[in-house]
Design a protein around this ligand. Sequence first.
Ligand code: SF4
Length: 296
Amino acid sequence: MTIKDIHVNGIITKSNLPVCDYSANPYVGCEHACKYCYACFMKRFTDHPEAWGDFVDVKFWQPVKNPRKYEGKELFIGSVTDPYQSSEEKYGRTRALLTELKGSGVRLSISTKSDLILRDLDLIKTFPDARISWSINTLDENFRNDMDKGVSIERRLNAMKVFHDSGIRTTCFISPIFPEITDVKAIAERAKNDCNLIWLENLNLRGAFGPVIMNYIRTKYPRLMPLYRDIYISGNDGYWQALDDDLRNFATDRGLEYRINDDSFSRPFDAPPVVVNYFYHSKIKKSAQNSSHKRI
Ligand code: SF4
């Protein structure tokens, strides 16, 4: 693992993402090295010869000018890197950013595959309406271990519970859903009492990682190759439509609201989680751009 310090002017950037006004990434690169990482394209903006997952640049920035100007704005920490990857334990750059923004009134959204975030629970509690999401796409630690170097699923679920029990809104982000491997219902059952939202996102193989994933399936799950070829080579979306129907019925059976591409609503903290399906990527942007509330 190559780790180096870099100095940047600012840490907060205006975002084109439909889910936030600003984004911040205290690190470049990500030790979690997920095989399906959608952010691996970021490597081309660095001078690193190492593979994605084998380097981390630790950012040091000029102090945030006038943090109060972000009051009421949505700041997404971790759009292209995990802000609680293990380097954070040593360098504390995410904690440094939160400390700078404390009292600013910014609306925080943080995404992670780690429980190191528990260290910052008291600090995060000081932000109004903070929302934390954990990516979980399996309960099978062997598959998880094949896919990413984040902490175990049990540790993610435990962190989610601790945050939720502390009154902070949490999201179980079931992503990416691997056809016939990710047991969405089992994950939702485990998480539903500890989260406010359950997001569903299907696996796409449009990135450079597509062949890596197909090779993995060929080697580890050869019986699934006809299905994966049908979905990812023939472009048949019948599997996703059937899963969408199945999950809608599942949610209805359990009294959970089920929506498509729409989390533009607010619910009482203690209400059962809302399941939001993001299978239909092409419609996400439009839906989210039309949303005034964005994420709860
Ligand atoms: S945790 Fe996120 S940013 Fe990091 S490697 Fe995995 S998918 Fe990429």
